[in-house]
Write a protein that binds this ligand. Sequence first.
Ligand SMILES: C[S@@+](CC[C@H](N)C(=O)[O-])C[C@H]1O[C@@H](n2cnc3c(N)ncnc32)[C@H](O)[C@@H]1O
Length: 300
Amino acid sequence: MNTAGLEICPLPAELEFETLSPLQRGIKRVLVNPLGNYVPARLMRWMLRVGRCRLAAANWRDPGGWESMVISYNGHCSQLADKILVRAGTIPMALRNRKRLAAHLMAQMIEEAAKKQPGHSVHVLCLGAGPGQIVGEAMTQTDAPAHATLVDLSTDAFDYGRKLAEERGLTDRMHFVQADVRDLRNYLRDPPNIVKMLGICEYLEMDQIVTIARAAGEFMPEGGAIVFNSLSRAHGTDRFFRRVFGLHMNHRDPEALCALMAQAGFGNFAVHREPLGVYHVIVGRKVAPAGESVAAPPAT
Ligand SMILES: C[S@@+](CC[C@H](N)C(=O)[O-])C[C@H]1O[C@@H](n2cnc3c(N)ncnc32)[C@H](O)[C@@H]1O
């Protein structure tokens, strides 16, 4: 437990993560990051355009959108600019770590929820899901029965998501809903066991996070899980992303995000830090409203 009462969890030993050596960190801090942050943005954009950088083009079309996530997750690049940004950039590396960690944790959560309701499929509700890569990966890591509802504004993300689902044999278990996550009450019928809000809180205002999490929580059983992520400034390239990519992210630490989720009715937070320290993947549980918890029987 840390001083804010959050449980800090060790990383699963069986997972491999991308890390930086002290030398690589030093070079980024004194050379690479200042260059990215302070070389004139117009020159930087010109170089990325001439270099046919796919990551930059995806962000210019839709800053922080699902396509830039897919490029970062896949990490296979042909252009030199992408090789540098996607393979060696701290944020893309941290995104791949986050995906690996979150998929592993979600597979465990699916198994845990399946044990509590034998014979029923576990429902995972993914908000701002993009093509559903993380939940798809989680579902392929476990034999426990599960299905997912994927909510996103973008239908392009779903075309790619359906292709991925087919490749993974998950077509019948992934349902795509084009909608705004803020309108959850209008379309959510099937109560979720697990709510996934990864890769979306950094684009939302605080009151929006509370409203959305509260709306999802209303449908959930007590003990149901919510998984979300914090974002720290440890990547050192916020100025680059704002000026060159037009990407404005809200940096919040685990304590700040957990305080918002607590307002929405969640507690018992378990915090998992990916090794680069850019993201924390956090799992919270739906708790009974104050005054409604059942007192434990006296010990005999
Ligand atoms: C950064 S991507 C994250 C995708 C995925 N969750 C992941 O972590 O890989 C954010 C996604 O949220 C979607 N999005 C943003 N605001 C939304 C809203 N109000 N309602 C539904 N989807 C939204 C975007 O279309 C985009 O696909």
